[in-house]
Write a protein that binds this ligand. Structure first.
Ligand SMILES: C[S@@+](CC[C@H](N)C(=O)[O-])C[C@H]1O[C@@H](n2cnc3c(N)ncnc32)[C@H](O)[C@@H]1O
Length: 422
């Protein structure tokens, strides 16, 4: 288990700091805001809604903000998304209850019962999410994490140590929350498919630790802990399932009413993401890549890993990442992707990268200056030929390649460019 410490980020969602990596898992200015802005807002919904079944690959799932934000966006924007889907599919749309879409343009309230349903209330018939991470504790914690907490207490000791103070305004900016039904669904599938999680002592320790309690959704945590007690000796799938639903029906019926999410197939693979991807046979409509920064975790940013991801992306799929580094973009291009930028409307600036096979999906192409940088030393990418090297070895080999390269440095390039532009 990687040692971590929790704190509230400025949007009232929990952020983690990894002691092992000496890195933060989430942006201190808002963990959930970051997930929405980098992995949900840039999705080309017009394109995605053409499909009834979609597959999403969440690399570096952690505590799951990206997947949860994606599912939550669909859940909360049903009306809007159904409207787009209707326009794309040229299906006549009645929006009162959003429970049926009809093809009959003469539809009226009086003859509603005579019309065949062609869609249910689902925007997608099936959303399959494959979540990859090598830390079982974090994955296990994901359904319990709080979002949108107002008036949270800052963990000063940690925040000062990490110099995060500049990100905290007096009033937290809370734009996003995760509907609890998303957490229920994830917990339910997590336990069904990975029942061993219930017996993970480290996870239980974190969840039972009183000093962590402000970070977790209390009733979900209690549900989990009571399930643990009940199933500890004799754990099997059916047992788990029954207990889970007994608790749901007895205690949480009201909350779940009308909020049940259908047709989500959530699968977690706890392993080095390179291995998980190599073994995986699926083709994805969306790939989220949220690894630690490339200088800390180069194995998930190498040219060879991007080549593997290229083979797992559909022809009009999108790979989204927060990184804008020149070497990440050049690795993507060398692996066969077309690459563009992500525009953050709130901050009015470009942040992150989108990689696609179909260039028409790129809304914001790289500028001349971005492209120029790729041809400097800053554009030299990491290599990991067998997808099995240690991070330290990848960094060493990269360092040597940069030192031996005759390419211009990025600072020299930018200086020359500025001179030429003036
Ligand atoms: C920046 S955090 C991701 C945050 C996450 N998306 C979330 O919503 O919490 C990076 C994640 O990468 C995971 N990780 C690091 N190296 C990995 C590897 N080789 N394979 C799979 N996951 C890895 C860590 O456990 C951590 O959860």
């Amino acid at each position: 288990m990687s040692e971590f410490q929790a704190y509230f980020t400025n949007d009232g969602s929990v952020g983690l700091y990894s002691k092992d990596y000496d890195d933060i898992y989430h942006s201190a200015s808002g963990a959930l805001t970051e997930a929405y802005e980098k992995f949900v807002c840039p999705v080309n919904w017009d394109n995605l809604l053409k499909y009834d079944d979609i597959k999403v690959l969440d690399i570096c799932y952690g505590i799951g903000y990206n997947t949860k934000s994606f599912l939550n966006y669909i859940f909360e924007n049903k009306k809007k998304l159904l409207k787009i889907k209707n326009e794309i599919k040229k299906i006549f749309f009645i929006d009162e209850n959003i429970d049926t879409i009809h093809t009959d343009n003469n539809y009226s309230l009086n003859n509603r019962n005579n019309i065949d349903k062609i869609y249910t209330n689902n925007i997608f018939n099936n959303i399959s999410v494959t979540a990859l991470d090598n830390d079982e504790i974090l994955t296990g914690l994901s359904p319990f994490i709080k979002t949108g907490v107002k008036n949270f207490k800052k963990n000063h000791e940690l925040i000062d140590k990490l110099k995060l103070n500049k990100y905290f305004s007096d009033k937290p900016v809370i734009n996003y929350k995760i509907n609890n039904s998303i957490n229920y669904e994830i917990l339910s599938q997590l336990l069904e498919k990975n029942p061993q999680i219930l017996n993970n002592d480290d996870l239980l320790k974190v969840l039972s630790d009183k000093s962590n309690s402000s970070y977790f959704i209390a009733h979900l945590k209690n549900l989990f802990l009571s399930m643990h007690k009940n199933t500890f000796k004799n754990i099997n799938l059916l047992n788990l399932h029954n207990i889970y639903y007994r608790y749901l029906t007895n205690c949480y019926k009201r909350e779940l009413k009308g909020a049940y999410i259908e047709n989500i197939d959530f699968n977690v693979k706890i392993n080095d993401a390179r291995l998980s991807v190599k073994e995986d046979k699926n083709i994805y409509n969306l790939i989220f890549l949220d690894a630690f920064t490339h200088s800390k975790c180069p194995c998930l940013w190498s040219y060879d890993f991007f080549k593997e991801l290229y083979n797992h992306l559909s022809e009009d799929g999108m790979l989204l990442t927060y990184s804008s580094a020149a070497q990440i973009r050049s690795a993507m291009i060398a692996a066969g992707f077309a690459v563009g930028k992500i525009f953050n409307t709130r901050l009015n600036k470009f942040q992150g990268t989108v990689a696609v096979k179909n260039i028409d999906l790129i809304k914001h192409p790289l500028s001349e200056s971005d492209l120029g940088l790729l041809k400097t030393k800053a554009g030299i990418f990491y290599r990991d030929r067998n997808l099995s090297s240690q991070n330290e070895a990848i960094i060493m080999a990269h360092k040597t390649e940069v030192e031996n390269s005759n390419l211009m440095s990025s600072s020299m390039y930018l200086k020359t460019r500025r001179k030429n532009v003036l």
